[in-house]
Design a binder for this molecule. Sequence first.
Ligand code: TRP
Length: 324
Amino acid sequence: MTGLQTSGNPHIGNIFGVILPTISYIKKYKKDLFFILIADLHSITNYKNYIILKNNIYKNAATWLSLNLNIKKNIYFYRQSDIKEINELFWYLNCFFPFNRLKLSHVIKNYKNKKKNYNTGIINYPILMASDILLYDIDKVIIGKDQIQHIEITRKIAQTFNKKVNKKVLNIPKYKIKYNYIIPGIDGEKMSKSKKNIIDIFEDKNILEKQIMNIKTTNKSIYSITYKKIKKTTLFKIYKIISKKEDYIYIKEKIKNNKIGFYTIKKMLYKNILYYYSKQRKIFFYLLNNKKIIKNILYEGYKKSQKIAKKKILFIKECLGLKI
Ligand code: TRP
């Protein structure tokens, strides 16, 4: 299983950290089942308005589809809010995890440190994520490094639950991390929508260009710093993640021979993205102009996924003593 919150277009952090690795696992492990979740309920913890949320749901789905997620029999591609059983399990799980422990999560600590106010949904975020996972007896969750704690909480809840009902009801999941480093945003911090430091390959060309031209480099001219230092710049790191090997080698040579400046590297990066992703961008915009296609795909995903959810929740209710 994997999932992405619907809080804007998935950015290159999501794409290279989660979406592309998942798609390559799907190609590799043809017999496994894959659950790909559009986490729209999680995004309400930071609610803007109904137009934005709706659009973000479509964009999230369109990103997966344009990056070549082929919906086959073993693929479950669905929206969190369509599966009512997730919310039902959410309540049960809330009753099996200590509140004080939840308050210690680094997300909450971060809010506290910044003296920011946060709603109850933010506190309960990991429990909802645990419900997504435990409802489907998931073995492995594909995540970015920032989600590890959520999986640890999920494991703990499942263990506590099983112990309390004295039965192995919930499967204890493991996680899989493809990128063992955090993909930097244009300011060098972790890439995140809330930090407004993203690169979005499915953005309008002009905005994409701006995002790229704003990538942090150094105050000094490229010619006055060593190759080793250049390699550590955010621009170089992002360039390496996005570009093909031959482009990377090309740039490396140019830098070593003092033949290229930061500005040109940025321009090249921009051109490369438009070039490499032109087909995907076309599909993405086509799908957004034909939302019915997305709606139908998600409806199919809902029907398929709900069948499993229904069965599991009945079993859980039975184990809890809620079935008389
Ligand atoms: N929390 C994940 C994110 O930040 C999204 C998510 C929700 C998820 N439920 C999940 C990921 C279940 C993996 C499995 O985008």
